[in-house]
Design a protein around this ligand. Structure first.
Ligand code: ADP
Length: 151
């Protein structure tokens, strides 16, 4: 856990179509995380298969790739203390029905196959996903907010 920990957060096609992008960005900003990279991208099935390589072989895999390739996603990198674990808590459970109100999925979703957003599940996977989605690298800058967010 460190203040420079990074996580890969992605608004899925349903989140983009339903106009929830701004709210998701706002939640991460207000929590105190620093935006390190952001882009709107209509990913290819091949790229998405790479992203979800660990799930290849699951019965829902073909449907997942089709859903994720059905429209643009918003790819982001957020940096801050315990970013990976805290990001997952902010997202809620994989199945929105098991997500508490106040989480993104708990506030906006009902179906596991339309659960609005993605967040890395480990620091190792976060670094892999950041490399996959931002091979050009992320933006390095100082956020003056940090002295008010961290001790
Ligand atoms: P998470 O996104 O919470 O890390 P997983 O890595 O297990 O969860 O699954 C990746 C994505 O695959 C989920 O966010 C969801 O969109 C989809 N998914 C997972 N399980 C199912 C399922 N049983 N049916 C349909 N889609 C699923």
């Amino acid at each position: 856990m460190s203040v420079t920990e990074r996580t890969y957060i992605m608004v899925k096609p349903d989140g983009v179509q339903r106009g929830i992008v701004g709210d998701i960005i706002s939640r991460f900003e207000k929590r105190g995380f620093k935006l390190s990279a952001l882009k709107l991208v209509h990913a290819t099935p091949e790229h998405l298969e790479q992203h979800y390589i660990d799930l290849k072989g699951k019965p829902f895999f073909p449907g997942l790739i089709k859903y994720m390739a059905s429209g643009p996603v918003v790819a982001m990198v957020w940096t801050g203390l315990d970013a990976v674990k805290t990001g997952r808590v902010m997202l809620g459970a994989t199945n929105p029905l098991a997500s508490s109100p106040g989480t993104i999925r708990g506030d906006y979703a009902l179906a596991v196959g339309r659960n609005i957003c993605h967040g890395s599940d480990s620091v190792e996977n976060a670094e892999k996903e950041i490399q996959l989605w931002f091979p050009e690298g992320v933006v390095q800058y100082t956020n003056d907010n940090e002295k008010w967010v961290f001790e």
